[in-house]
Design a protein around this ligand. Structure first.
Ligand SMILES: Nc1ncnc2c1ncn2[C@@H]1O[C@H](COP(=O)(O)OP(=O)(O)O)[C@@H](O)[C@H]1O
Ligand SMILES: N[C@@H](CC(=O)OP(=O)(O)O)C(=O)O
Length: 541
């Protein structure tokens, strides 16, 4: 019977109307009570909140609740949104408490929670791995970063009063892994991914245990066990299509059998050939969140950060950057791709494909409206939305020696990059020349970079004169490119006054981004001046 309450006959007679009202509020479907009085049962229920099955044996004097399950309403309630909390939101036990409170302050939501590693754990794990390569097996236990990680996680568990056994196995395994690295004297990309996975595996276990402790039933998931299937590109893997149905089946299946807030590791996946743990690139938990949003067809994806949303520029460059209230998926994707650390470069793809709004919020200031990212927005008044800086870019000027026709020339240039697996960011071409920049994130993580660059130049020199220019920056102006004349007029005014020469400019293909290339050492100043011109003077925007 839907929403029926099953009491022992005595209690039913004694408590019916008031009690059933409370029961509904607690999402209780059935309850068997042996002995006891109404007040203590209600107290137990209040504590149990979202627990589906509760077994409480109190002393004979009060009550013995044997079983309780949720209302059909609750069981039928679907998962509604994703809430992702990054390392910046999870730095300590105190922060975890606040995040739990924040999640529970939305009683109408049934969220999937995605968590990154605590604070600076990922960086520390990578450093510990690098030290293990050269420190010798006997010295692993004195690696400072290992002690830091152990201490942080054990202290957090202790302060949250959850049993440290939830992470004990992982801490042991982590030390063993570092011993293995010390013995092998090498840290491969595959081992790096296994190494950093400990961060997310531990933060989610501690958090899920804490949620359960406070009576909010939660279930921990390792993404690599629930269908996050990726390419085998360790440290920068791509999510494969098979992920969506697999994740949906796993999370929906468990939820409909036995509802509990899913707490999922961000950032991690499983390589489809290797079956080893992979990672989605730094900041990849944003992508985990949007992937889950698409897989489950959720209403909204929330990414909770330590800033009031996406800002008009990196606050580390200019502290008075302002939140941007609305963005389109295209704008957010360009912004992320061209270096705004606030979002993972690939994270907008699943959200855009499934047309699910993404909200960027501040976990330290939940009342701030944040940024809402959707398919379209009113662009009538929009000029410039945000300024993004990507540093340490390598630029190539390639001038044809006319050994090939124009189309043969372009094809040859790009086939060289394809063969070497190097991605190109910004391109500008003329009939006989091409200027382009190489994606630094793909470039500098490769050990053989100088040889590879030499090889690129060598190959290109067969058909062109090549000039390799390093230490450049891309400044991306994200906004309404329909108004490019207005934007460029203002940009060049600023740059002329500052005496800065733009070495390349690209608009064209992207409808939301104009890219300028300048020297690295002029770039920050340039961003600050452009910010002042566009966002702090009343004349535009
Ligand atoms: N345009 C921008 N808007 C907002 N934050 C930015 C921007 N550019 C860089 N950031 C930086 O991104 C940080 C948030 O991203 P991140 O550290 O990855 O958060 P989390 O760990 O919560 O996922 C901010 O603290 C800020 O310093
Ligand atoms: N912990 C990983 C993944 C991640 O997404 O982190 P964050 O959400 O803190 O950016 C990293 O540091 O890259």
């Amino acid at each position: 019977m839907a929403n029926a309450l099953h009491f022992s006959s005595t209690l039913q007679a004694a408590a019916s109307p008031v009690f059933s009202k409370r029961m509904n509020k607690m999402h209780c479907k059935s309850l068997r009570v042996q002995t006891g009085n109404y007040n203590s049962v209600a107290a137990c229920l209040a504590q149990s909140r979202s627990n589906r099955v509760l077994k409480v044996s109190c002393e004979a004097a009060s009550v013995d609740v044997l079983e309780m399950s949720m209302t059909n309403n609750q069981a039928e309630k679907q998962l509604t949104c994703v809430m992702k909390f990054g390392g910046s939101s999870l730095a300590s036990a105190e922060r975890m408490r606040e995040v739990a409170e924040l999640i529970l302050s939305f009683p109408n939501e049934s969220p999937v929670i995605v968590l990154s590693a605590m604070g600076k754990t990922t960086n520390k794990l990578l450093l510990a791995g690098e030290k293990a390569v050269s420190c010798g097996v006997t010295n692993v236990d004195s690696i400072e970063e290992l002690s830091f990680i152990k201490e942080l996680h054990l202290r957090t568990a202790k302060e949250l009063e959850v049993d440290e056994s939830v992470i004990a196995k992982h801490l042991d395994e982590l030390e063993q892994l570092l011993n293995g690295i010390a013995m092998m004297k090498e840290l491969t990309p595959r081992t790096k991914d296994y190494l950093v996975s400990f961060g997310e595996c531990m933060s989610t276990r501690i958090f899920a245990a804490y949620m359960n402790k406070i009576g909010a039933k939660a279930r921990q998931y390792d993404a690599f066990e629930i269908g996050f299937i990726t390419t085998d590109d360790f440290t920068n893997a791509d999510i494969l299509e098979a992920t969506y149905p697999a994740v949906a089946q796993s999370l929906h299946g468990d939820w409909s059998r036995d509802p509990a807030i899913p707490i999922v590791t961000g950032f991690l996946g499983k390589g489809w050939r290797s079956c080893a743990i992979t990672t989605l690139g730094r900041g990849g938990s944003d992508l985990t969140a949007t992937t889950i949003g698409k897989a489950l067809g959720l209403r909204e994806i929330q990414v909770w950060k330590d800033v009031d949303g996406v800002l008009t520029c990196d606050p580390n460059i200019y502290p008075h950057a302002e939140p941007v209230p609305y963005l389109t998926f295209d704008e957010a994707a360009e912004l992320a791709y061209f270096g705004a650390q606030v979002l993972h470069p690939q994270s907008m793809r699943p959200a855009r494909e499934a047309d699910i709004p993404v909200r960027v919020k501040n976990s330290y200031n939940s009342n701030a409206p944040g940024t809402l990212i959707t398919r379209a927005r009113d662009m009538r008044k929009a000029v410039l939305t945000s300024i993004v800086l990507k540093r340490n870019v390598t630029m190539l000027d390639i001038v044809s020696t006319r050994m090939l026709g124009q189309y043969g020339f372009l094809a040859k240039v790009f086939s060289i990059f394809e063969d070497l697996g190097i991605s190109v960011d910004v391109v500008a071409t003329s009939e006989v020349s091409i200027s382009l920049t190489l994606d630094p994130s793909k470039l500098w993580c490769r050990e053989l970079i100088q040889q590879e660059l030499d090889h690129v130049v060598e190959e290109l020199e067969k058909i062109a004169v090549v000039n390799l220019l390093q230490h450049r920056s891309i400044i991306s102006l994200i906004g309404n490119v329909q108004r490019s004349s207005l934007i460029l007029e203002k940009v060049f005014n600023v740059l002329r006054v500052k005496g800065i020469n733009v070495q390349m400019i690209s608009q064209g293909a992207s409808k939301v981004n104009i890219s300028l290339i300048v020297n690295d050492d002029e770039a920050e100043q340039c961003v600050r001046s452009l910010h002042a011109a566009f966002f702090e003077s009343a004349s535009l925007n």
